[in-house]
Design a protein around this ligand. Structure first.
Ligand SMILES: O=C(O)CCCC[C@@H]1SC[C@@H]2NC(=O)N[C@@H]21
Length: 252
């Protein structure tokens, strides 16, 4: 793997051999840093996924959080999950040279040959009005993936980059491709808004135009995945009409 890209100006780097969770570390660090910083860990002892699921974090895979201090309100801040997904896809394509192998699953997973290779967990907090800090946590199955039996029934199977493509990338090398890619999408979001990200995300969306199931709590709705709207919500066409779903787990 020899993909060179400039590290983004003004962005810090922190590497920890082991940590409970890079998102938890970002939360602890937030009051003490003024600018963005990538926190990378060799392993996590309490990695967390969306909806409070554990995220198995043995050495060799990628566990990182970008801690940042966004200026906008919560709605715009949340759109960074799309910037992160697009950056992840670009990083994967850069290290593998396989543009057609990767797809984006709403709201923020990256699929490789139809299996989940990466997940994103956004967390925010801070005192006062607005969003004090944003932690964009990213987990990538670089060399290994959990057993299918370890994930929710019906979820897409986890896969690793190594097993699917034969490409072996070290976590720091992957970070050095991902961080510049994220910085580019961050700049587009800040200067041009969500529209270019939305268009690019839709160009790589998994199961667009197909029947999917969206589960929110105990409510499961089936319909055609029409698009995402200008807020990033999933637009699901049902016999009664199209509904906007701001948050859900999607099953194929
Ligand atoms: O459920 C998901 O798909 C999101 C998984 C996010 C995992 C990453 S690993 C780095 C960061 N630290 C955590 O504890 N979680 C995120």
């Amino acid at each position: 793997m020899s993909v060179k890209a400039e590290w983004p100006a003004g962005v810090g780097r922190l590497v920890l051999p082991t940590v409970d969770s890079t998102n938890a570390e970002a939360q602890r660090l937030a009051p003490h840093v003024a600018g963005p910083v990538w926190i990378l860990a060799g392993e996590q002892t309490a990695g967390r996924g969306r909806r409070a699921r554990p995220w198995a974090s043995p050495r060799g895979n990628f566990y990182a959080t970008l801690l940042m201090q966004p200026k906008e309100g919560a709605d715009v801040v949340a759109l960074r999950s799309f910037a992160a997904a697009l950056a992840l896809r670009e990083a994967f394509v850069a290290v593998t040279g396989l543009p057609d192998a990767f797809a984006l699953k709403w709201p923020n997973d990256v699929l490789l040959n139809g299996g989940k290779v990466a997940g994103i967990l956004l967390e925010s907090g801070g005192a006062g009005q607005g969003v004090g800090y944003l932690a964009i946590g990213i987990g990538v199955n670089l060399i290994g993936a959990p057993e299918v039996s370890a994930v929710e029934a019906g979820a897409v199977p986890p896969v690793s980059l190594l097993a699917e493509t034969g490409v072996r990338v070290a976590p720091e090398a992957f970070r050095d491709v991902l961080a510049p890619a994220f910085a580019r999408w961050e700049a587009v979001l800040v200067t041009q808004g969500f529209a270019p990200l939305r268009a690019e995300w839709l160009a790589h969306a998994a199961r667009l135009g197909e029947v999917i199931r969206a589960r929110t709590g105990t409510l499961e709705r089936q319909g055609v995945f029409e698009t995402i709207d200008v807020t990033g919500a999933l637009m699901l066409r049902q016999p009664q009409g199209t509904i906007a779903i701001p948050a859900a787990d999607v099953f194929f």
